[in-house]
Design a protein around this ligand. Structure first.
Ligand code: AMP
Ligand code: MG
Length: 505
């Protein structure tokens, strides 16, 4: 099936119709402060299941993101209304999807999450409001549908930090304890997080449509997603091809942005790759301390599939799965569809490398791209790996021009590199301009794994001091302050080698 230029006007339903009006009606009595919409429910019914929210024993609010609420112009009368939101409503739905998990294809779906609806800001920006940890759904398979307080606080903290690091991400609105006990290695307190995203449609949603739906279903999902996230491609000759290119570009930008701050997502399965280009599902993610491209912390990633330096390869692999899903609607002839899809990958490596080096050079204060610049970057990465230098602090030191006496940066090989770098700056820009670029591109504060774990451990034991402090520090990650030096200190080597993250259960 070929997509025509005017596909939007004759095929895609306008957002917000279909089953939506029924759901809205159900919702009226529930939340007077939220304008919820249900455009997703204009899709064929195989894409979602209506869900009755689970009743919790003794829900209790833990965090409310007042800053985000006011940014979104959501004005509850009081926090009790936010608690009501975290308990769900009768109009909630769970999304169907599939995905490649560690390379293997599986049918999935929201097994412990529900979408409450879509919130429209006064400027008509549309955000899903989703609850995670909200109980079982028809897609739960053997799972309990629950989430632990520790994991939901982790999601809240890291997603806020990512937002302030200027990385597209889901954001957390609030966290509540459910009053339930959740059985993991030990009994733990259960919790729900409410999060927002431009959309939770993922690569896995398209894989689901391709594997378990008709071509019409796939077309409907594509039309809907284009209209919601990339309406600008509707004017292109082949909107599906243009859409594929847009998503690939957004994902390349995202991974390069992660690498700028040393972020390791940890579980880049295709069901965790958002078509919107936002980071989401903060399960076993972590931030790299000492630079090494093979750094991996996730306890389930035994072969380093999702290691720091492998993220670009994986996003290419994931985008290939996305392209395969779109084949039946890229062109009416499969051979031609394959050729079109292939054109998106011919230059993938080159584009990624260009964006990567551009980003790394900006970290070094250099705006102009050149072969010599790329060599400078490679040499620095080698040095950081060999000297076990902290990724964040190396760039911070370079931009602040403050070298510690005992730092391996005083080693002769590093000093040689330093001279080269200074010459490169002199020949292309001024140190003043370079410093400005470096300050904008190099965070002083990343969530340090050891501090995150310490904060979470204290929080689940009732002491929120450190997590609150971290939330404040990570609101201004690019503003170095000497009195906050504690938050820039890497963990001990012992912590680092033993540290393992678990899949956010
Ligand atoms: P994740 O690794 O969190 O992205 O989840 C992968 C899949 O497993 C998704 O379909 C989730 O809904 C499902 N899942 C994860 N944890 C649970 C749970 N405790 N109960 C039910 N489903 C779950
Ligand atoms: Mg997921």
């Amino acid at each position: 099936m070929e997509i025509h230029k005017n596909a939007s006007s004759d095929k895609a339903l306008p957002l917000g119709e279909g089953l939506g009006w029924v759901l809205k009606k159900n919702n009226e009595a529930f939340m007077n402060f939220l304008n919820l919409d249900y455009s997703y429910c204009t899709l064929p019914s195989k894409f979602y299941q209506l869900v009755k929210p689970t009743a919790f024993i003794k829900p209790e609010l833990v965090f409310v993101n007042d800053g985000l609420l006011s940014e979104l112009h959501i004005s509850p009368k009081n926090h009790q209304e936010i608690l009501a939101l975290l308990l769900g409503n009768d109009s909630s739905f769970a999304q169907a999807y599939a995905g490649h998990q560690f390379g293997g294809f599986t049918k999935l779906g929201d097994g412990r999450a529900i979408v409450l609806g879509e919130y429209l800001t006064p400027l008509n920006q549309r955000f899903d409001i989703q609850l995670k940890g909200s109980g079982r759904t028809l897609y739960s398979r053997g799972g309990d549908g629950k989430a632990t307080l520790r994991a939901m606080l982790r999601e809240y903290l890291i997603s806020e930090a990512m937002f302030h690091l200027k990385i597209p991400t889901s954001r957390s609105l609030a966290v509540a304890k459910t009053g339930d006990l959740v059985l993991r290695e030990t009994d733990q307190e259960g919790a729900v997080v409410a999060r927002i995203m431009k959309s939770h449609i993922r690569v896995g949603t398209f894989e689901y449509a391709r594997q378990f739906g008709s071509t019409e279903d796939l077309q409907a999902l594509t039309n809907y997603t284009i209209q919601r996230l990339y309406p600008e491609v509707l004017n292109e000759e082949n909107p599906t091809l243009a859409f594929l290119k847009k998503v690939i570009s957004a994902q390349i930008d995202l991974v390069v942005n992660w690498m700028r701050v040393g972020f390791i997502h940890g579980v880049m399965n295709t069901d965790n790759v958002a078509i919107s280009g936002e980071t989401f599902d903060y399960g076993p993610c972590a931030f790299m301390n000492a630079y090494h491209s093979e750094t991996v912390f996730s306890s389930i990633d035994k072969n380093g599939r999702y290691a720091f330096g492998n993220q670009p390869n994986i996003i290419k692999w994931n985008m290939a799965r996305f392209a395969e899903s779109l084949l039946p609607i890229l062109h009416s002839n499969l051979e031609n569809a394959l050729k079109l899809a292939q054109t998106c990958f011919n230059e993938f490596d080159q584009i990624l490398a260009e964006k990567f080096y551009k980003m790394m050079l900006l970290k070094l204060g250099i705006e102009m791209q050149s072969q010599e610049g790329n060599i400078l970057v490679n040499e620095l990465l080698h040095l950081m790996e060999n000297l076990k230098l902290d990724y964040t602090n190396t760039f911070l030191t370079l931009s602040n021009d403050m070298y510690e006496i005992n730092s391996p940066m005083n080693e002769p090989e590093f000093q040689t590199w330093l001279e080269k770098w200074k010459k490169a700056i002199e020949s292309s820009t001024s140190f003043e301009k370079a410093r400005k670029l470096m300050t904008e591109n190099n965070p002083a504060f990343i969530p340090r794994n050891h501090l995150v774990e310490e904060a979470l451990e204290s929080a689940v034991n009732g002491n929120f001091d450190l997590i609150n402090q971290l939330l404040i520090v990570h609101r201004k990650p690019y503003n170095y302050q000497e009195d906050l030096k504690y938050f820039t200190t890497p963990p001990s080597e012992v912590f680092e080698t033993r540290y393992a993250t678990f899949c956010g259960t």
